[in-house]
Design a protein around this ligand. Structure first.
Ligand code: FAD
Length: 419
């Protein structure tokens, strides 16, 4: 049975004092803290037993909270969503997120490529401090195992509890339901159904920041780390470490290109011939110019095999050789010997993105045209959205959590402005 809508409490000035937040992931918790600090009483709901499951997972290999790139470059990392996100990032971007972490007692340090990490390593102290402040406020009530069940006939958000009970939530309500990667953390994208039923425009949730299966797959059949290479697509090369897997390739220099490659593969429609597949290029020696490589290979080869010679001349280790073989086959060493320029452009044919269950993030979500400036759904007055459930996408490097923070802060402010 659906319980009648509770009425929102109002201050003497007429401002709502209560708010509901659905989804207790990174963006829902960031928005909840903002609302609590603004004096709101927040009722939070999540269908998982605990909050912050993906936020914790994100920290498992070092929490890359944000990035030190200058504001213009920073905003450009959100691609087609950058014009909508720019003003949000200007108000609550990298600087504000770092200050926010500091307000919770956790400092930050800048690492390679401008990546900004929390000083607690895995982000656990940051998450604990965030939850501790929410609980200590006495104004945050967390309801686990409650799920978003859609919209009432009047356009109000409804939730369903663990015993099948239902509630209609008074506005303002914030939806922070995430994307669809790592569904075990709760982000299963099931909310899209209710949005579609209401005719709210959604871009399909797809793998982003994910590994890519290669054609043919790596020979080794085991995981091989290849350090300090550059991976390019359509002329843009990004440096870093990659990992060869039994089916393909992973790592941040690959993730940068994965959304565009996934889109190209979708457009090709699954039956493309190997020659039509999108091709990544791997530069095995980003620190050496082509001239320098040529110079180093001028030495006498003697009786050394091609791979031994390359090892001596260029420091061509077995991991690099495995990567070269992905693109050039078993004769890779001989081919590079004959044409040293190949070492800077190993062609890697991409067959498919890894499944969304394994992706760092998903692209797609609520279309920006469905949201007003304050991230309120135009068709559902008083219902706001934030975080990865909105149709923006960004590479790894701290841009994802910063996008969550920027949208969470804007939506929280929007809820206050709304009344
Ligand atoms: C392995 C990994 C590493 C990462 N590392 C980084 C990193 O270092 N830096 C970075 O910037 N980003 C990183 N990310 C990405 C980052 O974690 C996400 O972008 C971010 O957590 C998204 O936050 P969100 O609140 O929008 O969604 P989520 O964190 O997915 O939260 C959504 C919440 O909504 C709940 N929910 C969903 N559907 C319903 C429903 N129907 N009813 C009720 N509740 C529901 C879920 O249970 C969940 O708690 C990483 C991600 C992964 C998977």
């Amino acid at each position: 049975m659906i319980r009648p809508m509770e009425t929102a409490e109002r201050t003497p000035t007429g401002r709502n004092e209560t708010a509901s937040v659905l989804g207790a992931g990174a963006s829902g918790l960031m928005a909840s803290l903002d609302l609590v600090r603004r004096g709101y009483r927040v009722t939070a709901y999540d269908h998982r037993p605990e909050p912050a499951l993906k936020f914790r997972l994100a920290g498992s290999s070092g929490l890359n909270l944000t990035n030190a790139a200058d504001p213009e470059r920073f905003a450009s990392r959100y691609g087609s969503a950058s014009s909508r996100l720019s003003p949000l990032l200007a108000a609550a971007g990298a600087r504000e997120l770092t200050a926010w972490a500091e307000s919770l007692g956790v400092g930050c340090r800048t690492g390679s490529g401008g990546k900004v990490f929390t000083s607690d390593g895995d982000g656990s102290r940051l998450i604990e401090a965030l939850l501790a402040e929410l609980r200590a406020s006495g104004r945050w009530e967390f309801n686990s195992l409650w799920e978003f069940s859609g919209f009432s006939a009047e356009g109000k958000v409804t939730v369903r509890g663990p015993r099948g009970q239902s509630r209609v939530l008074p506005p303002p309500v914030l939806l922070a339901l995430g994307g669809a990667s790592w569904p075990a953390t709760g982000s299963d994208g099931a909310w899209t159904e209710a949005f579609r039923r209401e005719g709210i425009g959604i871009a399909g949730l797809e793998s982003a920041n994910c590994g890519l299966d290669l054609y043919p797959p790596p020979e080794a059949g085991v995981r091989t780390f290849v350090k300090n290479v550059a991976v390019g697509y359509e002329g843009r090369f990004v440096r870093g470490d990659v990992m060869l897997t039994p089916t393909g390739i992973e790592g941040s220099p690959v993730y940068v290109h994965s959304s565009r490659i996934a889109r190209t593969l979708r457009d090709l429609g699954g039956s493309a011939s190997p020659d039509a597949l999108p091709v990544l290029e791997a530069d095995l020696f980003p620190d050496l110019s082509s001239d320098r490589i040529l110079q180093r290979m001028k030495r006498d080869r003697g009786k050394a095999s091609a791979s031994t010679f390359l090892k001596k001349a260029l420091g061509f280790d077995s991991a690099r050789l495995a990567l070269a073989r992905c693109g050039l086959g078993r004769e890779a060493a001989a081919l590079i010997l004959a044409d040293p320029g190949l070492a800077k452009a190993i062609p890697l044919r991409c067959l498919a993105p890894r499944p969304i269950e394994e992706a760092i993030s998903s692209s797609g979500g609520v279309l920006f045209e469905e949201l007003d400036e304050s991230l309120m759904l135009k068709r559902m007055p008083g219902v706001f959205c934030c975080g990865e459930m909105i149709d923006w996408d960004a590479p790894t490097g701290g841009f994802l959590l910063t996008g969550c923070f920027a949208t969470a802060c804007r939506a929280a402010r929007g809820m206050e402005e709304w009344g």
